[in-house]
Design a protein around this ligand. Structure first.
Ligand code: FAD
Length: 519
């Protein structure tokens, strides 16, 4: 960075995942000069992609949910999500493979209600009732809940707390809520899957998160042609149009605290960069425990050890030299009971026997991600965070997936595997400095919701955190929202310091007002 040009007005953003991209873009729109520092050689964080043997693999997220969040995001920068990406709605949304065969989950409430009714008499109507309540939660949650910085409980006092908290079912578990509506085990598994993959057991997750079911069923499961990394590419284009600068291969090794405020960063090559404010979007534990001088840390190792982390994952990126027409784009293998698997993740912290797994097959929708006649597959097994590998776990679980697929498909896919790469705890730790190798942050338990999450505002003035470990939580849309909220908090900090945006006279500062009206 050019040190001669008012360095103390710059904002440095650590990390170029969704949170970092959103933070930087909103700050740039507000007129600040922003530079993003990313340790990897490509942008996107957990949503990076890689190419091998003619396949293009998305490394992390595969479900495009909450299209309204992306729509609004691009609108905020004068862009149109449908011009930035070629989005298609998937129908069926996904397939659940039970032990007695596959069940397709069609897109839309009406079609799904028909499927539910065919499994349990009366369940079609109950699904509509469930979704009506889930819609209320979604609307309250998205308009009043997720856009709060959640510094303290008082922020939540202004809204009709009692009414809304009751309607949000904050103190009812998801499990209880789902069982009020359905009793058939298949229906319960379908309803509980969105919360399972993002955090905790349904009995430990507030019913608030039934908003995920609403997102899934009513707002739809979408896919950007080209792959999920297309979202990253589109966000980078928008960021660059706002003037954000990116620096890859820039590993931050310390956050500087000259003058008892966040005054810049040190990089792995020993150089330092000055700044008026810093936003850190790498994993929270890594930033606080290793980059920040001890006196500014809000949390200690004991605090982190007591958190319920979301699962880690054992992932396989697999290329086949054949097509598998039985697969839909998203396939959930619920052909074994989840109870024992959940116990290994949340209670015994051990390796599971007969785990559930998920297969994404984006080449069923998008021929561009695999060579002709080939299939691009992504396998995911949720695992307890912090597990140590003893030796052959990766081969063993790969074999297990292949054997179970052979049972369902009636043919062996092993001879067709022409590419395979695995990714688990040690890669999450190495690539993202992820605490205990977690994949997607903290579990969505009640005690880890809103102001109970690790704070967005650091004890070190001028440093804010964004990303999946702070509010509002894990997932692509929440991380993106987190960046928006952190940018607003950083803007406020800079204004309090009298550091007005360089381009204040030219830019539309209505971003502040937009933020305020949403908050
Ligand atoms: C396997 C998997 C599947 C998922 N599936 C879905 C899904 O289907 N749908 C969904 O919505 N969500 C999904 N998620 C969750 C979602 O991907 C994440 O919540 C989101 O991408 C997190 O974004 P982030 O910006 O908070 O963090 P990250 O993407 O981790 O970004 C942080 C960035 O900071 C960088 N960084 C860290 N430390 C430093 C440092 N010291 N110096 C410089 N840079 C640094 C990292 O390299 C990284 O690029 C999934 C996640 C995983 C892992």
């Amino acid at each position: 960075m050019d040190q001669s040009s008012s360095p103390n007005r710059d904002v440095l953003v650590l990390g170029a995942g969704f949170a970092g991209l959103a933070t930087a873009t909103y700050l740039a729109k507000a007129g600040h000069r922003v530079r993003v520092l990313e340790r990897h050689d490509t942008l996107g964080g957990r949503a990076r992609k890689f190419e091998a043997e003619g396949f293009t693999f998305d490394m992390g997220p595969s479900w495009y949910w909450m299209p309204d969040v992306f729509e609004r995001y691009f609108e905020d920068f004068g862009a149109d999500v449908n011009e930035e990406m070629n989005l298609v709605r998937l129908d069926p949304s996904y397939t659940v493979w039970f032990d007695d065969g596959p069940l397709q989950i069609p897109a839309g409430l009406n079609a799904l209600a028909t499927v539910f009714e065919s499994i349990e008499t009366g369940a079609g109507k109950k699904l509509r009732d469930f979704m009506a309540e889930a819609e209320v939660k979604y609307n309250i949650g998205m308009s009043k809940f997720v856009t709060k910085p959640a510094h303290n409980a008082l922020e939540f006092a202004e809204w009709q707390t009692v009414v809304d908290a009751t309607r949000l079912s904050l103190f009812t578990s998801f499990s209880t809520f789902a069982r009020k509506h359905f009793s058939h085990p298949k229906l319960l598994q379908i309803m509980e899957f969105p919360v399972l993959f993002l955090g905790a057991k349904p009995e430990d997750t507030p019913a608030l998160y039934s908003l995920m079911n609403y997102a899934d069923t009513c707002l739809g499961t979408w896919y950007p042609m080209g792959g999920m990394n297309e979202i990253v590419q589109a966000m980078v284009r928008v960021a660059e149009r706002q003037g954000v600068e990116f620096q890859c291969n820039a590993e931050v090794t310390a956050i500087l605290d000259e003058g008892s405020r966040a005054s810049g960063v040190r990089l792995a090559d020993g150089t330092t960069m000055e700044a008026a404010a810093v936003v850190a979007t790498g994993d929270y534990h890594h930033v606080e425990q290793t980059l920040l001088p001890a006196k500014w840390r809000r949390y200690d190792e004991a605090y982190w050890d007591k958190r319920t982390m979301s699962p880690s994952s054992l992932l396989y990126y697999v290329g086949l030299d054949t097509k598998v027409p039985e697969f839909q784009h998203h396939n959930l293998f619920f052909d074994t009971p989840f109870g024992p698997h959940a116990t290994t993740i949340y209670d015994s912290h051990s390796w599971p026997v007969d785990p559930l797994f998920y297969v994404s097959a984006p080449s069923r929708t998008d021929l561009s991600v695999a060579p002709e006649g080939c299939e691009n597959l992504f396998f995911l097994i949720p695992l307890a965070p912090g597990l140590e590998e003893q030796g052959n776990e990766r081969d063993r679980y790969f074999e297990e997936i292949m054997t179970r697929l052979e049972t369902h498909l009636g043919r062996d896919l092993r001879p067709h595997v022409i590419y395979s790469r695995s990714f688990a705890h040690r890669e999450f730790e190495k690539e993202y400095s992820s605490y205990k190798g977690n994949a997607y942050g903290l579990a969505n338990t009640l005690r880890q919701t809103a102001f109970w999450k690790p704070k967005m505002r650091s004890k070190l003035p001028g440093l804010h955190f964004a990303g999946q470990l702070t509010t509002p939580g894990p997932g692509v849309p929440p991380s993106l929202i987190s960046g928006e909220v952190a940018s607003r908090e950083t803007s406020k900090y800079l204004h309090r310091q009298g550091i007005l945006p360089e381009a204040a006279s030219q830019v539309d500062l209505s971003v502040e007002h937009e933020h305020a009206s949403r908050g």
